[in-house]
Design a protein around this ligand. Structure first.
Ligand code: ME8
Length: 657
């Protein structure tokens, strides 16, 4: 343990499936974990923050096959590639200490040992699995667990499955787990306890299938080739292999296990609150101190999913609004244990109201006044007044409440506390009217104290928001030239008579206001572009089964024609009028609706193909004698057309057959 530190603190996120790029829901949990890790570091804990990727399983194997690459190449691209998982966490300022990939050698080696250990203990046995399998979720279900015959997690179709498999005797630990859930605060929010006990424990915990033979992309069971360890034993144990359990890579198990908290989304609470403790009981290891099940983010009231095309891209939002603004929005807006509804309007409103109008405005008004009235140098001295006591008292209350709320993982309430002080400071400006105090030399000492009090409120608030908005908090504290020792947890108390170290400097607005209408329109446009980019690159017309007999086909009189003249047809944005040499000695006129694909002048002199024996048609009052052949297809949702052009050495009138 480090010198002078409060102790070790181990916090984890779920490890993500790199089956496609991560969305805002994944970022939500990671940002929360990051804020917690930063908060604990601020308090003086020696923090280990683990995140990573869960890279095995049939879904990955299938997707890799579809993409024509190996499963390892497939996951490498999503994890390490451009705009992949690591890039996203870097962009979002995620301060993890360790990143585990379940394909890392040390993890693979440790999982094989763990599996063997549980087998040798008699907790894992060989049997045969009959049931229902949801491929996308990689979950087995019993008939009774299905909802209207579909996967209870995702609502998709399940398939019959039967195969030889290893099972974990989960039932053996049922009583201890029930006791853990009901009689300790292991699982939070407490509302999730009933769901676990009623839905899973009371009906009887069935033994869990922990190996598969139907795919190979997993950790092999070393004593039974053909079996790979099936997902949860592989995935959950990441929390201990990443500390060095059953491997030589790391050596922090004794220092950091048991974990202080696992943050997980609500749909995987079951695995973390029932299966994970049972695995640890089997391994005779201490249990994590807490599992916290956070809610889900929906988008405009709907579940976010790739198939609905409504996944929110954290890259895009970070780039447009700033990483800190997005991090703040996620944690300030949605109470951590409940579901939340993400909308762009809400995001923009929160940035404009809380960040631009309230926090940004307080900082810019204060620093601007300090510049204007004291050239940024707020020296010692001044004149206190009764009103100042209110700020002091509120700051003390806010700090205490903030700590309580953050310790309970209530980020939104914790931030709300910080904003009570920020709002009060804005009101203090109106109450003290510094611009009036600045008018006379006599009231200058009072003005000095008012500005120092404002700086002190800002300093305290900046420390409070720093776990959530690390860069912005630093920028604010830099503007106030707060020395390092004034940015610490120990310095987190309201300083009665702020010293003379405030020298403030104005800077560009921290949080520029966003024009709601323009931004919503821009986001819509980007969404449309992204949807277009996601369309299949090339679409061709479906083939027809209807047959044409040879004789009928031969009736088409296809001829080479040379373009003598090509002009647009007035009042039509579609039609071009061609004058063609068809070799007959008389020029032929054809109208063709291809104006959006060609400029008339670029076609003059070209040799094209025309069907010449179609009955003449009138178009825009002009006669068209035949049709020019072209190739059509769709590319990224856009219709493309290419006239069939043949070699200019082919004479006009040559018959094509
Ligand atoms: O479950 N809102 O991986 P995963 C909030 N590999 N959270 C969301 C969300 C949303 N819309 N969508 C997903 C796995 N999440 C396993 C974990 S841990 C040993 C193995 C959360 O990539 C989800 O709740 O499918 C989960 O906590 C996390 O993202 C990872 O989901």
């Amino acid at each position: 343990m480090c010198k002078n530190c409060k102790g070790n603190y181990y916090i984890t996120t779920p490890i993500y499936y790199p089956s496609s790029n991560l969305h805002i829901g994944h970022a939500y949990c990671t940002v929360a974990t990051d804020a917690m890790a930063r908060y604990k570091r601020l308090q003086g804990y020696n923090v280990k923050f683990l995140t990573g990727t869960d890279e095995h399983g049939q879904k990955i194997e299938d997707k890799a096959k579809e993409a024509g690459v190996t499963p390892q190449q497939f996951v490498d691209k999503i994890v390490l590639g451009e705009k992949g998982v690591l890039d996203l966490w870097k962009l979002m300022n995620i301060s993890y200490d360790r990143f585990i990939r379940t394909t890392d050698d040390y993890h693979v080696e440790a999982i094989a040992k763990i599996f063997r250990k549980m087998y040798e203990k008699g907790d894992i046995y060989k049997g045969s699995y009959k049931g229902k399998y949801c491929k996308p979720c990689e979950s087995f279900w019993t008939e009774s667990q299905l909802v209207e015959g579909k996967c209870p997690d995702c609502g998709r179709d399940v398939e019959d499955a039967e195969e030889e498999a290893y099972f974990f005797r989960l039932g053996k630990y049922a009583d201890r787990i029930r006791d853990l859930l009901e009689n300790t605060d292991f699982l939070e929010p407490r509302s999730r306890v009933n769901e676990m006990v009623n839905n899973f424990i009371k009906p009887g915990l069935e033994d869990l299938c922990v190996s598969r033979t139907s795919f190979t992309w997993g950790v092999p069971v070393d004593f039974d080739p053909g079996h790979v360890v099936y997902v949860w034993i592989d995935a959950l144990n990441n929390y201990i292999t990443a500390l060095g359990y059953e491997n030589e890579k790391y050596d922090d198990f004794d220092a950091f296990w048991p974990a202080d908290v696992h943050f997980v989304g609500k749909e995987i609470v079951r695995f973390h609150a029932i299966i994970w403790p049972a695995i640890l009981m089997s391994l005779e290891l201490p249990l994590p101190k807490k599992v916290y099940g956070h809610g889900w983010l929906n988008f405009n009231g709907e579940k976010m999913s790739k198939s609905r095309g409504n996944v929110v891209d954290p890259y895009l939002l970070s780039e447009r609004f700033g990483v800190d603004a997005l991090r703040f929005f996620l944690l300030r807006t949605f109470p951590f244990g409940s579901d939340g509804n993400f909308t762009n309007e809400l995001l923009i409103n929160t940035i404009n109201m809380d960040l631009a109008n309230v926090l940004g405005n307080l900082v810019s008004r204060t620093t601007a006044m300090a510049q204007k009235y004291f050239e940024g140098k707020l020296v010692s001295g001044g004149e206190a007044a009764e009103l100042d006591g209110e700020l002091r008292a509120l700051a003390a209350e806010v700090i205490a409440n903030y700590e309580k709320q953050m310790d309970a993982f209530q980020f939104s309430v914790g931030l709300n506390e910080a904003f009570k002080l920020i709002n009060r400071a804005n009101k203090y400006i109106d109450e003290t009217a510094p611009w009036v105090l600045a008018k006379s030399e006599e009231t200058k000492p009072r003005l000095l104290t008012v500005l120092k009090n404002l700086c002190e409120c800002i300093r305290v608030a900046a420390i409070l928001v720093s776990p959530v908005m690390p860069d912005s908090a630093k920028a604010i504290l830099d503007q106030l030239n707060v020395p390092e020792e004034g940015r610490t947890w120990e310095a987190l108390h309201y300083c009665d008579d702020p010293e003379s170290w405030w020298t403030t400097s104005a800077a560009a607005p921290l949080f520029p206001r966003i024009d709601m209408e323009k931004e919503l329109a821009a986001l819509e446009e980007l969404k449309a572009q992204a949807a277009k980019a996601a369309l299949p690159a090339l679409e061709v017309e479906p083939y027809t089964d209807e047959k044409v007999d040879f004789e009928t086909f031969c009736k088409n009189d296809l001829r080479a024609v040379k373009v003598l003249e090509c002009v647009p047809v007035k009042k039509s944005d579609k039609l071009l009028q061609f004058t063609l040499d068809d070799g007959s000695g008389t020029n032929r006129q054809i109208l063709s609706g291809i104006a959006k694909f060609y400029k008339p002048e670029e076609l003059v002199g070209k040799t094209l193909v025309a069907i010449t024996n179609l009955p003449p048609r009138k178009m825009m009052g002009r006669e068209s004698c035949g049709m020019l052949l072209s190739a059509i297809h769709t590319e990224k949702g856009e219709e493309k057309l290419n006239l069939i052009m043949i070699s200019d050495s082919i004479p006009a009138g040559a018959k094509l057959c």
